[in-house]
Design a protein around this ligand. Structure first.
Ligand SMILES: [Zn+2]
Length: 318
């Protein structure tokens, strides 16, 4: 038992690198001291030679350690260099590649129900890890919604914020930028994210100009309460982008609250933490809350940006 614990300790990357660097430095230092000693004890070698040697060895060791520490980033750069191509262009990081990595689940129900924005697909950017779902919102907000020029007059509420979109939003000069997520045990959240329950937003009525809620509602049993909360906090005329995965061949939303285990949800809804499959009645659901819903497809304008041709943007207005 004790031995396996010790083995586990030595397998930790931080312990491994500590041992590696310490050993390397010990050998390197001993070598340098030995050569310096030889120089200083050699009566024919002038003193300045020892000093120059010591200075050069210090500089060399600094450069060498830096190179060793950036080995991983060099590996990544090499990988990205090999992936360079024209097939996909990531609008978020600007990387042009011949390939993207697979994301999404592979459960049969995803294909039987033709669920848009789910299912296994080549949609992950090797450079910034963005997905097609993030790139869609990014392209729409930047190019169509013109968010950069409007930012200073916008109070934005970003639910379950995606890292790549947050990076952009933090750079823009919003009147206010609020990030909220329901904090779950075992996860770490960046300090700009507040613990918020979408069923009970800690915000006053009519104060928000724009809400972004990208693929969140399919995780919430009381989705209508969440939609009402978004409606409540929006100013009259305020807008929200409310993306969900939708079945292309099903009219009525499929839900069954007796389905609660992870494996049942994977089988019936295509993901262990999804509680329904939205059908084509999604727009009616949004409108029943009081929203006016626009369904926008921007694919034709952004064919090379690795977004899903079938994923629409659901832009609602209070
Ligand atoms: Zn990217």
């Amino acid at each position: 038992m004790g031995k396996s614990k010790t083995n586990k300790l030595f397998e930790k990357p931080i312990v491994k690198s500590f041992i590696f660097y310490s050993t390397f430095r010990a050998f390197y230092g001993t070598g340098i001291l030995l050569i310096t000693w030889l120089f200083t004890t050699n009566t024919e070698a002038p003193l300045w030679m020892s000093i120059i040697f010591l200075l050069c060895s210090m500089i060399f060791s600094r450069v060498l350690m830096k190179k060793i520490k950036t080995k991983d980033s060099l590996k990544l750069r090499l990988k990205l260099y090999k992936l360079k191509g024209d097939k996909y262009h990531c609008p978020i990081c600007g990387f042009k590649s011949k390939d993207m990595f697979d994301i999404g689940e592979n459960f049969p129900v995803l294909y039987q129900k033709d669920i848009i924005a789910c299912g296994k697909r080549k949609a992950g950017c090797y450079k910034c890890n963005s997905t097609d779902k993030e790139r869609l919102i990014y392209l729409f907000l930047i190019n169509d919604f013109k968010i950069e020029s409007k930012a200073k007059n916008i109070k934005l509420l970003h639910i379950a914020p995606e890292e790549n979109l947050t990076k952009l939003f933090l750079k823009l000069n919003f009147e206010e930028y609020l990030c909220g997520d329901l904090f779950l045990g075992g996860y770490n959240y960046p300090n700009y994210v507040e613990n918020m329950n979408l069923l009970e937003l800690p915000l006053n009525d009519n104060i928000i100009d724009l809400v972004i809620c990208n693929h969140v509602l399919e995780h919430i049993i009381d989705d209508k309460i969440a939609m009402r909360e978004i409606y409540r906090v929006l100013k009259p005329g305020g807008k929200a982008i409310l993306q969900v995965p939708i079945s292309a061949n099903t009219i009525e939303t499929i839900e069954d609250y007796k389905i609660t285990s992870k494996s049942q949800r994977e089988e019936h809804f295509g993901q262990h933490d999804h509680v329904r499959i939205y059908g084509q009645d999604y727009v009616q659901k949004l409108n029943s809350i009081g929203f006016t819903t626009e369904v926008i497809n921007i694919y034709e304008n952004y064919k090379n940006f690795a977004i899903n041709p079938k994923e629409n943007i659901y832009l609602v207005t209070k």
